[in-house]
Every structure is written in structure tokens, then in C-alpha cells.
Design a protein around this ligand. Structure first.
Ligand SMILES: [Zn+2]
Ligand SMILES: [Zn+2]
Ligand SMILES: [Zn+2]
Ligand SMILES: [Zn+2]
Length: 338
């Protein structure tokens, strides 16, 4: 062996050792040498100057092993290498193919769009909807109601939880109920409160007054014109005695009102309640009727039914109720008025 060559060999070995490599000899390619990683035992072909100058010398075989482990761990199978590190993988759980960036594989941050789309379509169907397009953001879609064909945008989560109603059908229903109650539907409530979405604005056809009424109260008929109610003291009124029967419990109710029908509505009686009009006396003004009614109640206060008990049966008017066995006495009282 010539001394000069021996010196080169020593230098190559020394340089390799400094990078935690072992120099093995010449490679097939001109000027390239074969090295072995001391740590993992894998071989790598490099130029000696690369061994000398490169900041880092990674082992491609180790990297590939590590990558394969991560791919397997993410539930994927590499199908085709693609551009810019975006390879095509098979998602093992469903068998669908997907192009996924390496970062997403590493973080397991990917989902099967085909399966996701199928899932959303399933959820829509279960909620009585059909997806017809994308929404204002990824969390929304445009839907068509299968039954009424109306179109609206909903959040995916609301469709999933079936927390959806058709706003257009809802509005139409309100209009229908309003018409039935001789009201004109004017639209959304103008007040801005937390529960203002529960209200709508209406006009009473009879008196022309506007009023905001809760939708559920509208449905139950629990409303009267508040404006008319306020001015009713100057208008003709009536003293009335009613016999109300709810679930076999009968009692008497004494009161005064301009319109007995609308007054009864404010009691919010059970739907099965039977109301019999025992006695009705016309009075020239509400003010006068109020005085008469107060006077009767003052005298009969001791024999009235406990209002706490009556609250189970009535939302309003529970203060002036009497036992059915006091019927004669109350009829006498009312007769004295007229
Ligand atoms: Zn290695
Ligand atoms: Zn899939
Ligand atoms: Zn609808
Ligand atoms: Zn009115």
C-alpha cells in the first residue's frame, strides 16, 4: 500500500468517526464513499466533503421506518407517493382513498370526506332534511325540508340534534292562528329583550290597537287588548257569576268585566273546564262595576276558597272564588246589584 493512499484512508476514517460514522470504502459512483451509521448500522453513500461539511447527516432508512410506523399508527396505508409530500393513502377503517399532507398524517389530523359527507346526509335525512348546498361557513349547510320543501341554512350540530324547525312554516302557522283570533299579523316584536323572539306584533281588528303577544299565549288564546282593558273603566261593564267545573270540582267565580269571554280567557282554565253563566248584570261603567264587586268580596271574604288552592285551577282571578254550596247566597248578592 502506498503511503499517500494510507494517509487518505486515515483521514476518511477520522472524518467519519467525528460524525459517528464508520468509513467502509468506495461506492460504485465516482468519488462517492460508503459509510455506516454507528448507532443504527444502516449504510449511506456520500461524498467525503458532505461528511465533512453537512450540518446534519440523517439516516434515510431510519426515517422511512419511523414514517411507516406513524402511517400505520394513523390507521393509514400508503398507496401512492405524490407531489409536495402529499401522498395518497387508504384509510383502513373505511377503505376510502385520500390525499393527505405529511403533517396531517403525523398529527392524525385528517378525516374521510366521503364518510363525513355520508354521515351529514344521514343526519339530514333523520331530521327530515336534504342537503342542497354549502352554508355560510364549514359548520353550516343549506337544507331543504323534505315535507314542506322550504329551504333554510342550519348548523350541522343542530341538524344532528334535530334542533331545527321550519321558520317559514312557523310564521305561516302564526298568521293562521292570528286570523282565526281576528288579529292582523304585523311581524317581529320591536322590543329587544332576551325573550323577544318569543313575541310577535299584532293588530286587533276589532279595536285597531297594536300589541306584542307571546306566540305560546296566542296559541292558547291567553291575550286581551291591554289598551282596551285600561280604558274599560269608562265603558259599560257586567257583574257576572260563573259556575266552573274542572275534573269534577265545581266552584263559583264572581267578577266584573267589559267582555266576559275575553275575561274567562285570562283565567287560563283547563281545556276540559266547563263554564256555566249563572248570572250576568249590566252595569253602566267599569268603574261602578269595580266598586260593586269589591264591596261584595269584602263582605264575603271569610267564606271564599283559599286563593292558594285556587291557583291550581286558575292563572288569574283565583282571589274571588266560592264553594258551590254558597250558590244561593251569591245569586242573592248579585240580584241585589241589579
Ligand atoms: Zn438507520
Ligand atoms: Zn371513508
Ligand atoms: Zn316549511
Ligand atoms: Zn283594543
Amino acid at each position: 500500500m502506498n503511503i499517500k493512499k494510507g494517509k487518505v484512508l486515515i483521514r476518511l476514517e477520522h472524518e467519519a468517526q467525528k460524525r459517528n460514522l464508520t468509513y467502509l470504502g468506495n461506492a460504485n459512483k465516482k468519488r462517492y464513499k460508503i459509510y455506516q451509521f454507528n448507532e443504527c448500522g444502516h449504510k449511506k453513500i456520500m461524498l467525503p466533503e458532505a461528511v465533512r461539511t453537512r450540518k446534519e447527516i440523517p439516516c434515510e432508512i431510519c426515517i422511512e421506518i419511523k414514517q411507516n410506523e406513524l402511517i400505520k399508527d394513523a390507521g393509514l396505508e400508503l398507496v401512492k407517493k405524490g407531489k409536495e409530500g402529499k401522498n395518497t393513502y387508504k384509510i383502513k377503517s373505511c377503505g376510502h382513498l385520500k390525499e393527505i399532507a405529511w403533517k396531517e398524517v403525523k398529527n392524525k389530523h385528517f378525516k374521510c370526506q366521503i364518510c363525513f359527507k355520508e354521515k351529514l346526509e344521514r343526519e339530514a335525512k333523520q331530521a327530515g332534511l336534504k342537503i342542497i348546498g354549502s352554508g355560510k361557513s364549514g359548520r353550516y349547510r343549506r337544507y331543504k325540508f323534505i315535507k314542506c320543501k322550504h329551504i333554510d341554512e342550519f348548523q350541522l350540530i343542530h341538524v344532528r340534534n334535530k334542533e331545527i324547525t321550519c321558520k317559514q312554516c312557523h310564521e305561516n302557522e302564526i298568521k293562521k292562528i292570528a286570523k282565526k283570533n281576528n288579529l292582523q299579523y304585523l311581524g317581529k316584536a320591536s322590543k329587544k329583550t332576551l325573550d323577544s323572539h318569543l313575541y310577535r306584533k299584532f293588530k286587533f281588528n276589532e279595536c285597531g290597537h297594536d300589541q306584542e303577544i307571546r306566540i305560546d299565549h296566542l296559541k292558547e288564546g291567553w291575550f286581551i287588548c291591554n289598551t282596551c282593558e285600561k280604558t274599560s273603566l269608562d265603558k259599560p261593564s257586567k257583574i257576572y257569576l260563573l259556575e266552573i267545573t274542572v275534573n269534577k270540582f265545581s266552584y263559583l267565580k264572581l267578577g266584573y268585566a267589559k267582555n266576559i269571554n275575553t275575561r274567562i280567557k285570562t283565567y287560563r282554565l283547563d281545556k276540559k273546564a266547563i263554564v256555566k253563566r249563572i248570572k250576568i248584570i249590566n252595569i253602566s261603567t267599569g268603574r261602578e262595576a269595580k266598586i260593586i264587586e269589591n264591596d261584595i268580596h269584602k263582605r264575603l271574604k271569610k267564606i271564599r276558597i283559599n286563593p292558594t288552592k285556587m291557583k291550581q285551577y286558575m292563572y288569574d282571578g283565583f282571589n274571588e272564588c266560592y264553594n258551590i254550596d254558597k250558590k244561593e247566597l251569591l245569586i242573592d248578592e248579585v240580584n241585589m246589584v241589579g
